[in-house]
Ligand binder design. Sequence first.
Ligand code: HEC
Ligand code: HEC
Ligand code: HEC
Length: 123
Amino acid sequence: MTRLIALLLALCCCASAGATESYGLPKIDIGKGGECVKDPKWMRKNHMHLLFEQRDKTVHKGIRDEKLSLKNCIECHASTKDNSVLGRADSFCEGCHRYEAVKIDCFECHSSKRSSAMVQRDH
Ligand code: HEC
Ligand code: HEC
Ligand code: HEC
């Protein structure tokens, strides 16, 4: 019994020591790399609040912050394979949301592609 517990503990430790994920998330393509606009741990839990706040500031008050714009997130987080944050099981925004069963409509209006590598697609 104690051996079983020790084994389970060891497994848990190994799992949480994994590179970017800590709760069983399949590996997600982080994109270009660099440094996130806030602490990644904080971002994991709070990115939606940051985005909504930024949207409200821009749309209602005309206050822009290029660094916190959705476009800037995409510039960094779009995969280096297809320049997108959508479309695959490991795509940054979609991959994590699929896994967490979250639905967002942001990309009906906002581009999901890195602008420096515009590939003509549906529009
Ligand atoms: C300059 C590049 C860069 C920009 C700009 C950027 N990020 Fe990040 N972000 C990163 C990197 C690199 C990581 C991963 C850090 C790690 O796992 O060690 C990260 C981590 C994250 C995470 C946590 C991922 C996880 O696996 O837990 C979220 C969520 C996130 N970013 C969302 C955003 C959003 C939303 C924006 C725009 C407001 C944004 N990021 C802008 C580089 C960036
Ligand atoms: C119906 C279209 C539409 C949808 C859907 C939409 N947006 Fe926007 N969003 C806009 C428009 C238009 C602006 C203003 C653009 C400008 O002034 O640059 C904007 C501005 C923003 C901004 C501030 C400017 C910027 O470039 O970052 C953020 C952040 C933002 N939206 C986030 C979101 C998020 C997050 C979602 C999904 C939950 C979303 N939007 C869904 C149309 C939309
Ligand atoms: C590490 C996993 C992860 C990544 C990566 C991630 N998200 Fe999320 N996102 C979540 C989770 C989990 C929720 C739901 C949180 C909740 O319900 O409290 C969420 C919720 C959201 C919401 C709010 C949805 C709503 O209607 O309330 C928006 C907007 C959003 N994410 C945008 C993004 C964008 C844009 C990206 C890519 C730049 C992204 N997320 C990347 C995990 C992630």
